[in-house]
Design a protein around this ligand. Structure first.
Ligand code: SF4
Ligand code: SF4
Length: 217
């Protein structure tokens, strides 16, 4: 098993490996799992692809989670592995801890995860545990350490998300209100302020989908 083989299994679904780790006792996985791959959307093409799948046409709730379960579950089977998901618990799997252990994601100044390529737009749709010890890329450098001005710190128009706090009720009130159109339609201004997020190229419609779910509460 190689990282390339896993990437090839995921590519038709517009998914990619966003990092991986060789789990230890602190990662809460069975001893037989030698490699855990963290799976997320490709920035370009993912949203159009997933919107055309049956889960988005059947009118039932949680289409993205159902699609993720079906697609990543099947990819895991094809690779001889086991799928894990950041939703549908308990049990809840420690995706944030796994991401930090991957050497490709870190805590940002505002507390959100920041990824070496996706910036503050990082999201994980699942993970695949493999019994094989797969070679993984070396850890990347934390981008915030060289980020001029760290624009995420002051990007929220109502100060709901800052290095000091995340005021969820204040954020939700703003997103639901007349001034919150940009957050609703384009995604969180803090996430968008990150230079890495901007070069990632995620479809704003994907962010709008997540913001609508957040606004519903
Ligand atoms: S804007 Fe800069 S400091 Fe903030 S998360 Fe992005 S890279 Fe890190
Ligand atoms: S969604 Fe908008 S209001 Fe909420 S934290 Fe982000 S920028 Fe602030």
């Amino acid at each position: 098993m190689t990282l390339g083989a896993a990437a090839a299994a995921l590519a038709p679904h517009r998914l990619r490996v966003l990092g991986g780790l060789h789990p230890g006792p602190e990662d809460g996985l069975p001893d037989r799992i030698a490699t855990l791959l963290l799976i997320g959307p490709e920035p370009v093409g993912f949203w159009a692809h997933v919107r055309a799948t049956p889960e988005f046409a059947d009118g039932r709730p949680d289409p993205l989670d159902r699609w993720s379960r079906r697609t990543i579950g099947r990819a895991a089977c094809a690779l001889g592995g086991k799928a894990y998901f950041p939703f549908g618990g308990p049990p809840w799997h420690p995706f944030i801890g796994w991401a930090k252990r991957s050497g490709q994601a870190w805590e940002s100044p505002v507390g959100l995860l920041v990824h070496a390529e996706a910036g503050l737009m990082v999201s994980y749709r699942g993970a695949i545990g493999l019994t094989a010890a797969v070679d993984l890329p070396a850890a990347a450098a934390r981008p915030c350490d060289g980020c001029a001005g760290q624009p995420c710190r002051a990007a929220c128009p109502v100060g709901a998300l800052t290095p000091a706090r995340y005021d969820v009720p204040a954020c939700r009130t703003f997103v639901r209100g007349p001034e919150g159109g940009d957050c609703r339609d384009l995604g969180c201004a803090v996430r968008r302020a990150c230079p890495l997020s901007q070069s990632w190229g995620r479809d704003p419609a994907q962010s709008a989908f997540h913001m609508a779910a957040f606004a519903r509460g």
